[in-house]
Every structure is written in C-alpha cells, then in structure tokens.
Design a protein around this ligand. Structure first.
Ligand code: BGC
Length: 443
C-alpha cells in the first residue's frame, strides 16, 4: 500500500514537471496559430509560475484545516481542467488563463505532495522518498519534451499539451483511493483512524510501535501549537536561515534554468540551429541529462556534502553560461555546437547541484516548529523569480539579444559562487536536531 501511495504522490511531481516543460515545444506552433508579440509569449509562459505563487499561498493557509488529501484532490482536478482548457483554447487569452489555473494546481501540490509523502513515509526512508519528488519533476519535464517531439512533426501543439490530461486522471483516481495522512488525522482528533492507516502502511509494526508513533505525533504537535508569527523569521538566529533559504532559490532561478526549460527550442534557433525537429530532439536530450544528473545528485549530496556541491555547481554553471555567451558573440561556423555544449553542461551542473540543493536546505535548516511556514517563504521566492525570468526572457531576447541575455545569467551564476563561499552551511551527516541546536545557540 505504501508503494502505491508514494507512486500517486510522486505523480504530482511529474505533473508539475510536465506542465512546466511542455510549453517549450508548443510555443513555436502556438506563435503560428495566434500571432503574438514577445511580451505575450512571456505572459503565456509565465502564467504557470505566477499561478503557482497563488497556489502555494492557498495551500499554506488551508492544508492544516482541511487536510492533505482534499488539497491534492483539488490540485489534480485543477490540473485536469486546466490541461483540457489549454488544449482546446481558441485564443491566447484563454490559453493564458488556463495556464494560470494549472499554475495554482502546481503551486498547491508542490507544497502539499512532499508534505503528504513525508507524513506517510516511515522515518527510516523519509529522505529518499521526499527527494524522489524532485526526481519526478525532472521526469515530468522529460516526458513533456518527448510529447513535444512526438507531435512536433505535425505541429499539433494542442496534443502536446493535451497529453497532460492522462497523468492528471491517474493522479486523481489514485489520490481518491489513498488515505489521509496519519499525522493530519491525529492532529485533528482522529487517532483511531490514524492507527488503522499506520497499521496498513507498516504491516510489520507491532501495536506498541504504532502507539509510539501516535504518541510522537502528539508530542511534536504540542511544540507546534503556538504557531510562529511571521516576525519570528526576522529574529536573530532565524533571519540568516530565512534569507539563505530564499536567496539560494532566487539565485537558482536567476541562473537562467527556466529560460532553458521553457524556451530551449527558441534558444537553439537563436544560436543558429535550423529545423524544428532538431531543436525538439536536442530538447529531449536536455530532459534526459536533467533526469540522469538528478539521480547522481542524490548520491553526491551525501558523499561530497551540500556546501562543496553548491560551490562547484555555481562554478560549473558560470563557466557553461559564459561559453554560451562567448560562442554566440563570436558567431563562427561552430557557434551552434559550442552553444549547445554550453547549454548541456549548464543543465548537467544545475541538475547535480543548484536543482536539488535549495529544496534540501529549505527542508533541513528550519527548526521543526517553524518548518511549515518557513518552507512557504522560500517556495514563494522560487515561484516569483521563476515568473520574472519566464516573463522577461522573450523580451530580453528580442531587445538585447542572446549574447546580452546570457551574459546576465552568467553574472548571476558568478554572484552565486561568492555567495555560496561566504554563506552556504554544511548539513551533511548532521541530524535535524543538531541543526536545530545550532540555530537556537546562534539566537
Ligand atoms: C527548480 C525548477 C526547475 C527544475 C528543473 C527545480 O529545482 O526549482 O524551477 O524548473 O528544478 O529541473
């Protein structure tokens, strides 16, 4: 049963990735159907991250009251309806509204699904199960690129997007069949039901062990009863965590990752490649490298450690972005290939480091009592800057060109090197309780 539930919740990660990635291959054809300006291109693309800012806030204020399961059901329904409307949209405005709606679903489930996973997973495998969510995001992006490539020949952008309906239906049926989390039930005076569910999730546990789990949940709830006020996050001792968790996400987004995720075929065209099919295939390659290196990251965060990996990631992404900038500036016969090498190298360094690390830091650094609200702040920063990049990229490309745009991304990656060297903490091999102690001591 546990496996089935984990698959269902991780499927939300896949939907998240799918809806992020699918626009990249669809956009060139949407542009042919509805004549749109670069600004409108940015609006259509950035509607998803903008909606996600709203969805994160909705989830933050409602999931404690109504439960994780209803939030995820709502998320799946929104995905489904949003995918259908965008596939059928007859103008760019309906398409934008549908994508805004999908964004709300993404934001809400990106907050709730990892929480759901963490609360149903037995403690000993929690880390692996939660990090599987990031992996599923990258798999979703890869599948969306494959859908783009499959329908690229016929240029049918409606099918590219419409394919998203199928995983939404599976996620919806799956979550309807899943139980609410034992933790939420216990906190909402339904310990008996929670006990039944834990017994089904962990059939190897004895009655005494199950009682222990329920007692632990109640114990931790006592600490959480006094909900922290937002000003807590500005207090000495906590402020450095709040600002680090947010800034590392801001730099993650300003590195230019989603310019590539959303606009890869456009970028390849600007770098001198011609032929939509080549662009779409190259884009599938990006999706595959992203997945593969995320798997490597799951190993490296433990062996190399967070801090070293983050510094290395910023150095690597800076070099890769600099290569794209210089290659497009000198404009020689080899330019398209050099730019492509730069973009693949960027994705590899990103996926192994800047991709998963901000999520991991966010979950590790805040003391338990502050975690739910603490995690909402960096999530909002992540989506907001994702929105800014998605909105401005087509305008920048049209205005200052590919060289200037990638020079800006290079600049932010270089700032990241210095920021990581100055501030990034090491949390490898340290228990969450020890991290908490450090925070208390600093405060
Ligand atoms: C980022 C997303 C990005 C994805 C790419 C995530 O860590 O937050 O914005 O699209 O990685 O794999």
């Amino acid at each position: 049963m546990l496996i089935a539930i984990v698959i269902v919740a991780a499927l939300f990660g896949m939907l998240f990735g799918f809806d992020q990635g699918v626009i990249s291959g669809a956009l060139p054809f949407i542009k042919q159907d509805f004549t749109i300006t670069p600004f409108m291109e940015g609006v259509i693309t950035s509607a998803v991250p903008l909606g996600a800012v709203g969805g994160t806030i909705v989830a933050m204020v409602t999931t404690d009251r109504y439960g994780r399961k209803p939030m995820l059901i709502l998320g799946a329904v929104i995905f489904l309806v949003g995918s259908l409307i965008s596939a059928l949209a007859f103008n760019q405005y309906i398409l934008t509204l549908a994508r805004l709606l999908i964004g709300v679903g993404i934001g809400a489930s990106a907050m709730t699904a990892p929480m759901f996973l963490a609360e149903v997973a037995p403690a000993r495998i929690r880390g692996t199960i939660v990090s599987a969510f990031q992996l599923m995001i990258t798999i979703g992006i890869m599948v969306s690129y494959m859908s783009d490539a499959a329908f690229g020949g016929s240029g049918d952008w409606r099918w590219m997007i419409g394919v998203g309906v199928f995983p939404s239906i599976i996620a919806l049926v799956g979550i309807l069949l899943s139980p609410e989390t034992p933790r939420w039930l216990t906190l909402n005076s339904n310990a008996d039901k929670a006990r039944d569910i834990i017994a089904r999730l962990q059939p190897e546990s004895s009655d005494a062990e199950i009682d222990g789990i329920i007692a632990e949940i109640k114990e931790s709830a006592r600490d959480e009863e006094a909900k922290p006020s937002w000003s807590t996050f500005l207090k000495k001792g906590i402020l450095p965590i709040t600002s680090f968790a947010m800034i590392v996400f801001v730099l993650q987004q300003l590195s230019g990752i989603n310019a590539i995720i959303y606009y890869a075929p456009e970028i390849f065209k600007n770098a001198g490649f011609s032929g939509t099919t080549t662009d779409l295939l190259a884009t599938v390659g990006i999706g595959v490298v992203n997945v593969a290196l995320t798997v490597v990251a799951m190993y490296l965060v433990e062996s190399m450690g967070r801090r070293k990996l983050l510094i290395m990631g910023f150095i690597g992404t800076s070099a890769a972005m600099a290569l794209v900038t210089v290659a497009t500036m000198i404009n020689i016969a080899a330019t398209p290939y050099l730019a492509m090498i730069g973009i693949f190298a960027f994705i590899a360094f990103f996926a192994v480091s800047l991709g998963p690390l901000p999520w991991l830091y966010m979950a590790e650094l805040f003391p338990l009592r502050l975690r739910p609200r603490g995690m909402a702040l960096p999530s909002v920063a992540n989506w907001f800057f994702n929105f800014v990049v998605a909105l401005l990229f087509p305008e920048l490309l049209a205005g200052i060109g590919i060289v200037g745009t990638f020079a800006i991304f290079t600049g932010f990656c270089v700032i990241g090197i210095f920021y990581a060297i100055a501030v990034a903490p090491e949390t490898k091999g340290v228990t969450l309780e020890e991290i908490e102690q450090r925070t208390v001591a600093a405060g």
